[in-house]
Design a binder for this molecule. Structure first.
Ligand SMILES: CC[C@@H](C(=O)O)C(=O)SCCNC(=O)CCNC(=O)[C@H](O)C(C)(C)COP(=O)(O)OP(=O)(O)OC[C@H]1O[C@@H](n2cnc3c(N)ncnc32)[C@H](O)[C@@H]1OP(=O)(O)O
Ligand SMILES: [Co+2]
Length: 134
């Protein structure tokens, strides 16, 4: 059911410093920072030849990544995102298998303009999984 690895997201306490690390130390192409209030994060995209890295920083009082950064103050890998052909069919299949879809179960529009959903980390080997419609 899952296809390409769309991105790996890294939660960071200092977005400017993380951006500089990827741009200046690792020599990657990075985007400008973008606020996504709908998702409670500010994001910088790092473009790699075969996938993307999302550098995430909390935005607002109810950011879903605040708890993660409280537990890992220096940051760390927050989620992986896999592409699926039909996100609603994937959701229904996963729910039938007992997996927990986070939020109200309806896809939101993600950072790349496509519908996304999140799956509980305890159901997927301790890793938060994002699904994005291909
Ligand atoms: C940029 C836009 C978009 C895109 O298009 O790409 C994004 O990626 S937005 C990214 C941010 N959005 C989300 O993460 C939405 C989904 N996330 C959530 O709903 C919550 O973060 C969460 C996964 C339910 C966690 O909520 P939180 O309140 O922080 O923690 P809990 O106490 O409820 O956690 C329960 C349990 O799970 C562990 N945990 C939490 N986060 C992670 C994680 N990222 N990876 C692995 N494990 C995680 C947490 O430690 C708890 O474990 P125990 O302590 O053992 O109970
Ligand atoms: Co993401």
């Amino acid at each position: 059911m899952i296809g390409r690895l769309n991105h790996v997201a890294i939660a960071v306490p200092d977005l400017a410093a993380a951006t500089a690390t990827y741009r200046d130390t690792l020599g990657a192409t990075v985007s400008a920072a973008e606020d996504l209030p709908e998702h409670g994060v500010t994001v910088v995209f790092v473009e790699l030849p075969n996938t993307k890295i999302e550098l995430l920083h909390p935005l607002g009082d109810d950011s879903p990544i605040a708890g993660f950064l409280a537990k890992s103050p220096t940051g760390g890998i927050h989620h992986v995102c896999y592409e699926v052909d039909d996100i609603r069919a994937a959701r229904d299949r996963l729910e039938s298998a007992g997996a927990r879809v986070l939020g109200d179960g309806n896809p939101k529009i993600g950072a790349h303009g496509k519908p996304v959903l999140f799956l509980h980390p305890k159901d997927f080997c301790g890793t938060l999984v994002e699904l994005e419609q291909a």
